[in-house]
Design a binder for this molecule. Structure first.
Ligand SMILES: [Cu+2]
Length: 123
């Protein structure tokens, strides 16, 4: 009996590990609030980015408000390589990053060491 329980828990554990590594994890996308033909999203920078996926409406001027709560120097710059943005994020402050929404597309951002990532979808 004990053997069966061990065997079953082993199988469940392996299934969980397989799901964890190979399963499709969907990240919740955050839609920007649109007000008077402007859109903005607040992003908390703390051991990564929250939210890390943002949907912006095409053609509406957009601002991402990065608030860096993390003292790690790893997160002191945010880089949108496709948009030519490399902006400093002072700690404990809100730093506005303007995003060009004239062209629809998917734009990735990363920290200065390319360890943490986020994504903006313009559509
Ligand atoms: Cu980094």
């Amino acid at each position: 009996m004990t053997k069966i329980i061990i065997l079953l828990s082993g199988i469940i554990l392996m299934g969980f590990i397989a799901w964890w590594f190979f399963g499709k994890h969907t990240v919740q996308a955050k839609q920007a609030n649109i007000k008077q033909n402007k859109q903005s999203v607040d992003i908390e920078v703390k051991g990564g980015y929250s939210p890390e996926k943002i949907v912006l409406k095409k053609g509406v001027p957009a601002t991402l408000n990065f608030k860096r709560m993390d003292s790690s120097s790893c997160l002191d710059h945010v880089i949108f390589s496709d948009l030519g943005i490399d902006q400093k994020l002072p700690q404990g402050q809100v730093e506005q990053v303007k995003i060009d929404t004239t062209k629809p597309g998917i734009y990735d951002w990363a920290c200065s060491m390319n360890m943490f990532h986020g994504q903006v979808v313009v559509k």
